[in-house]
Each structure stands twice: as C-alpha cells, then as structure tokens.
Design a protein around this ligand. Structure first.
Ligand code: FES
Ligand SMILES: [Fe+2]
Length: 342
C-alpha cells in the first residue's frame, strides 16, 4: 500500500473553497468538497451512485450537494438526503463516501481512513499559521508530478539548496555547511547550518537590517505522513545568538494525489512590519520560482526516470545528507505496514 489512510491530510486551503464545489483527487479517491449554506466545509465521494455523474458539477442546497444530472442530494456524511423522483424514497444503495472534515490553521483537513478514528486532536499543529499579527503569509497550492515522498525527501535534505536554489544560497560563498539529524518514533528533524556565508537574496529581503556576512540556520521537522515544519533564522557571521528578526516560518503540507503525483500546500511568512503589496508579490513570485521552477521541476524529472514510487527498491546511492530522508521513509513505511496489519 502506498498511503497511510488513518491520518489527517490537507484537502485544500480554506480560501480555495468558496461557494463553488471543488473537485480533488486525494489518496487516489475522487472527492467533492463543498461548503454548505452555513459555511461549514464537507467532503464526499465525487461519483454519483445513480449514473455516475460528477457531484462537484452540481450545486449546494442547504448542507447538501445536489447531483447535476437527476438531482439526488447528498449530505456531508455521504447519505442521500433527498430524492426528487417518484415517492421520494431513498434507495439503500444511494450513498457516497463521506469524509470527516475540519477547518483549522487556514486549511481544510480531511480524514480518508476509518471515520471512527478521526480525532481532530490528531491534526498537526500548524498554529503558527494563525499568527497573522506577526507574519504576512503567502499560500501556494502547487501540483507535483512526482510522488509525495519525494517532496519530503527534498525538504529533509537541504544540501540541495546550494546547487538548485541560487536565491537561497550564495553561489560564490555559500558558507561552511553542517548537517545534523535527530528523530523519534514519529518525527525526524533535519538541521542545516551554514557559517560565514555572503547574505543571500532571501535574507536581503526578509532581514534587511542584517549584515552582509551571516550564518544561517534551517530546521526542518518532518512529521508523518508528509508534513514539514520549516524554521529559518540567521545571525551576523560568528555571533552567538540567532537574530529573532530574521526568523521566517515555512510550512509544507503534502497530500498524495495518486501514487506518483501530489498536492503541495505551502505557506510561508515574512515579518508583518515589512508588509507591502510589492513585498508580498515579490515573495510569492520568488517562492513560485523556487518550488515550481526548481524543486518540483527536478522532482518530476526524477519521478519520470524512476518510473515507480518505490525509491528504495531502486537501490539508490545513499549519501550522508540522506540520513533524515531515509529515516522518515522508514517511519512512514512502518506506519503503513502496521495499518495494513503486515
Ligand atoms: S447521476 Fe446523479 S442523480 Fe442521476
Ligand atoms: Fe528545495
């Protein structure tokens, strides 16, 4: 099995789900997301059990979605709540999957496993995204033509920054790198420090008062199945303490679409006191250029070359910098096997 089912995933950013229903393929299931007239988010299977029309092309009536073909209505539990035909009796088979949904931390979370186990307390703590007074957040929903695990690999291995991302590492003097990896049963933390680097484009923008030579600290914490909490800081080269004004949060929520493609929800923040429309636009453009033009481009090319989502089965060369990514893969693999009773 490729996915951990009993887990919360992001189905959409809250702002993506407006009055119109939304189609998403998630964990290889076709899902219709919609907001009822109360504003509450719901998620049901997208394929109508009558003549298999796509429910997301229908319309919202009360807290139900009405099929665009013959008007059966389904509530958030997937039950048929209304049959406009004949005596209005609802056939037993007239139901679709209903998925538990919670709106939190500016995202809509979905549980696609056993609904009885969908405890909202298990939603990963992305509460930093609620700190709107402190940060201006940019949110991107990107599509990955590569498996979700390849994105976690990419984030846990920040050695690629020096080679792939000119904006994030100074190419002429990227600084001395140091890596460290720690882990427990369900999470892996990768720490990447560079010392004595020339200031990068990123810190020119987000820490304008910082000096020209800096040390940088990037911490990525991975949590199963596919979340990465990124914390970036800098300090004047050789200083003892990281400058709090340089801090920027970088949150990555990855949801499998199919075995070899994924939805990549990213939210990054910059200091509220630097806020301007131009800064926001530039920050968004830079993030898009990095994730779409660099990370996801190379991940898609690698996925094509791999031809499978079983990376370790291909016996790849393992470098020292891969320790965190390999550990995360082993944890996830263990969880998926345990869920399948293997
Ligand atoms: S296809 Fe949905 S009601 Fe007929
Ligand atoms: Fe990257």
């Amino acid at each position: 099995m490729t996915f951990l089912k009993n887990a919360w995933y992001v189905a959409a950013f809250a702002e993506e789900l407006a009055a119109e229903p939304l189609f998403r393929r998630l964990l290889d299931e076709q899902v219709c997301l919609f907001r009822g007239e109360s504003g509450a988010a719901h998620a049901v299977g997208d394929v109508c059990p009558h003549r298999f029309a796509p429910l997301h092309e229908g319309k919202v009536v009360g807290e139900t979605i009405q099929c665009p073909y013959h008007g059966l209505r389904f509530d958030g539990s997937g039950a048929c709540a209304h049959n406009p035909h004949g005596d209005g009796r609802v056939p037993t088979a007239a139901k679709v999957a209903g998925y538990p949904v919670v709106e939190r931390h500016s995202a809509i979370w979905i549980w696609m496993g056993d609904a009885a186990r969908a405890d909202p307390a298990l939603i990963p703590d992305f509460s930093i995204l609620d700190q709107e007074d402190r940060f201006v957040f940019i949110r991107l929903h990107l599509h990955s033509d590569g498996a979700y695990q390849l994105i976690s690999d990419n984030l846990l291995d920040l050695s690629h920054v020096e080679f792939l991302h000119p904006f994030l590492a100074n190419q002429t003097n990227p600084g001395e790198p140091h890596f460290e990896m720690t882990s427990d049963e369900t999470s892996v933390t990768s720490t990447y420090v560079t010392t004595g680097a020339d200031k990068t484009g990123l810190y020119e923008a987000t820490w304008p008062e910082g000096p020209e030579r800096i040390d940088t600290l990037s911490i990525i914490k991975w949590q199963a199945p596919s979340f990465c909490f990124g914390h970036m800081r800098a300090r004047p080269a050789g200083a003892n303490d990281w400058a709090e004004e340089s801090y920027g949060p970088n949150m990555h929520m990855i949801t499998p679409e199919t075995a070899s493609t994924a939805h990549y929800f990213w939210a990054g923040g910059y200091r509220r006191d630097l806020e301007s429309a131009e800064f926001t636009e530039q920050f968004r453009a830079n993030a898009e250029a990095i994730f779409v033009g660099e990370d996801l481009r190379i991940i898609a090319a690698a996925q094509t070359n791999m031809g499978t989502d079983d990376l370790l089965g291909l016996k790849p060369v393992i470098l020292g910098v891969d320790a965190a990514a390999v550990r995360a893969r082993r944890i996830l693999d263990g969880l998926i096997k345990a869920e399948a009773g293997l």
